[in-house]
Design a protein. Sequence first.
Length: 131
Amino acid sequence: MLMRSASAALSILPMTCGYSRVLQAAFKKGRLMQKLEDIRAAKARRAVEFPDHFECLRAMVQLRQRMYELGWGDIVYCPKDGTVFEAVEFGSSGVHDCHYEGEWPTESWWLHDGGDLMPSRPIMFRLKSKT
């Protein structure tokens, strides 16, 4: 019965959610319960490491500074002439090709994905390497 319930629950999860993809893959491999336990353990570790929003903000400041050190800049300074650059969004673990369209400050960023364009709200950018 548990597997049937898990299957039903997983079938209604939106596939755009990162966790749902991970859980769908785990279910197909027969590892759903282990993956759910891993998720619970990660949540518990975050609660210890970041017990309140002040600790979360401190971590964000440190991570932003490290991104600067790695060559990233605030998105407001991205090229605004149609040049494609790399961008990151808050909540995403990916680096995506992106371009700015329109006159500043109409804020029209477009993420490139498999030949499609999607509206985006990136937070940082870096110029693509010329290699």
